[in-house]
Design a protein around this ligand. Structure first.
Ligand SMILES: NC(=O)c1ccc[n+]([C@@H]2O[C@H](COP(=O)([O-])OP(=O)(O)OC[C@H]3O[C@@H](n4cnc5c(N)ncnc54)[C@H](OP(=O)(O)O)[C@@H]3O)[C@@H](O)[C@H]2O)c1
Length: 412
């Protein structure tokens, strides 16, 4: 892959495949890339570790962090990867982690340093390394994102919430090329954008599987259960993003994410439903050509690309078997049944505190007490306050009165 480090005439967007960022201060260009994995026990984290373990010559994990929900797994990961530091957000789990580490390492073996407390991930993000993979769920990931950028690391970003909540903070801090996206759609856009100059991009087309409720009307969504929502047809992910995918709230967040990463106006970012999740997104260029990135749905592909960028990691994930028949379908998005994408476009356009506020449903929708604690997609409607500042056809004015001020107070 050919990537230039020459300066561009126009300011580079947050993520730009044409610009190669060198981690600061000085990495060892010849050695394996040194990585910190935040959220190592989650869906993204465990798949990243799978990629690392299969490529010991390319990657070396120096530190891991998690919240504290799975201390045994965290300890086993630390032992397997021989990391120097383990972070745990729940300080009251530090003793259990130490015990689990002692079990995993065995008698006489020196244990890694433990950093405990709510700032553990932020501290780890600034440790000496080349890349920080932020695979934490939720806007709690913002501080580690900012810490990694300030420390001069390559930020391999799965935690989209930190970008949406942090918007201008993140874009203001990041050097050109410093952020490499992991979300499959944004990784696809990243790859397709390499096919032309920025001035030649007409629009970004973000694909959506449509989730388990694809094809249902708004009325039909009223009776769906959280259990239905957790049964994603094509992706196996953590619970928050799975619920957000069923409602297409996740797709709305991804539209804002695409705007922030690639500096493309909202009216040039389209969403198209593609049930197979084989094409992960597309870029249409001014000459009428569209470049798509396709691969079977497997997050190890974009994770490996993020960790290894600008190099591809051989056999990161299985490719298509072209000797078998494949059908790819595309449908327009039903904005009435799934208003989340329109809402995201709207709040993204408003800017300020509106995009961070839009992540609130993503936090409130899933709770450990599900299924009873989860609201159905049919109950999610845009705030009338937002609607009144820029009306969109089809938006319900009968939405429950969720005040913008209340939302702002709830920001992390
Ligand atoms: N999963 C996917 O396929 C996918 C695809 C695209 C984008 N993403 C994005 O990637 C991020 C992670 O998603 P996921 O599905 O991997 O979530 P997940 O399976 O729920 O895992 C979340 C991870 O974050 C850790 N964590 C939570 N709070 C933390 C804190 N305060 N400090 C440190 N670690 C903390 C959790 O630790 P415990 O295990 O201890 O709770 C866990 O390791 C999300 O932003 C999501 O939108 C995910």
């Amino acid at each position: 892959m050919t990537v230039s480090s020459a300066p561009l005439a126009a300011p580079a967007p947050l993520a730009d495949p044409h610009v190669l960022y060198r981690p600061q201060p000085d990495g060892d260009p010849g050695g394996p890339r040194r990585i910190v994995i935040l959220g190592s026990t989650g869906s993204i984290g465990t798949q990243a570790i799978d990629v690392v373990l299969r490529n010991p010559d390319r990657f070396q994990v120096v530190a891991l962090s998690a919240a504290g929900g799975r201390v045994r797994l965290l300890a086993e990961q630390a032992h397997r990867l021989r990391v120097r530091t383990v972070g745990i957000a729940q300080a009251d789990k530090a003793a259990a982690l130490r015990e689990a580490l002692a079990d995993a390492y065995g008698p006489g073996e020196p244990l890694p340093e433990i950093v405990a407390g709510p700032d553990a991930a932020t501290e780890l993000a600034a440790l000496p390394c080349d890349s920080v993979l932020n695979g934490i769920t939720g806007s709690i990931g913002l501080a580690p994102t900012l810490a990694a950028l300030k420390a001069g690391r390559i930020l391999v970003l799965a935690n989209k919430e930190s970008l949406i909540v942090g918007g201008p903070l993140v874009t203001g801090l990041a050097a050109p090329g410093q952020v490499v996206p992991v979300d499959s759609e944004h990784s696809a856009l990243f790859q397709a954008l390499l096919g032309g100059a920025r001035s030649e991009v007409r629009k970004l087309i973000v694909t959506a599987s449509g989730g388990p409720f694809r094809g249902r009307t708004r009325a039909e969504l009223a009776g769906v259960t959280p259990r239905d929502a957790l049964a994603h047809p094509t992706w196996d992910m953590g619970p928050v993003i799975t619920i957000n995918s069923a409602t297409l709230v996740n797709k709305g967040l991804e539209v804002i994410e695409a705007h922030l990463l690639y500096d493309i106006p909202f009216d040039r970012i389209e969403v198209v439903v593609h049930p197979q999740s084989h094409i992960h997104s597309m870029v249409e260029f001014t000459d009428g050509s569209t470049l798509a990135q396709a691969s079977p749905p497997d997050m190890r592909m974009p994770i490996a690309l993020g960790l290894g960028w600008p190099d591809r990691v051989p056999d990161a994930a299985p490719a298509f078997d072209w000797s078998k028949a494949l059908t790819w379908e595309f449908y327009p998005l039903d904005d009435e049944a799934f208003p989340s994408v329109g809402l995201a476009r709207h709040v993204g356009g408003l800017g300020g505190t509106a995009p961070p506020s839009s992540t609130r449903p993503t936090r409130s929708a899933w709770t450990p007490s599900w299924p009873d604690g989860c609201r159905s997609p049919g109950s999610w409607t845009p705030s009338p306050r937002w609607s009144s500042r820029g009306s969109r056809p089809g938006w319900s004015s009968r939405a429950p009165p969720i005040g913008g001020r209340r939302r702002e107070r709830e920001l992390p």
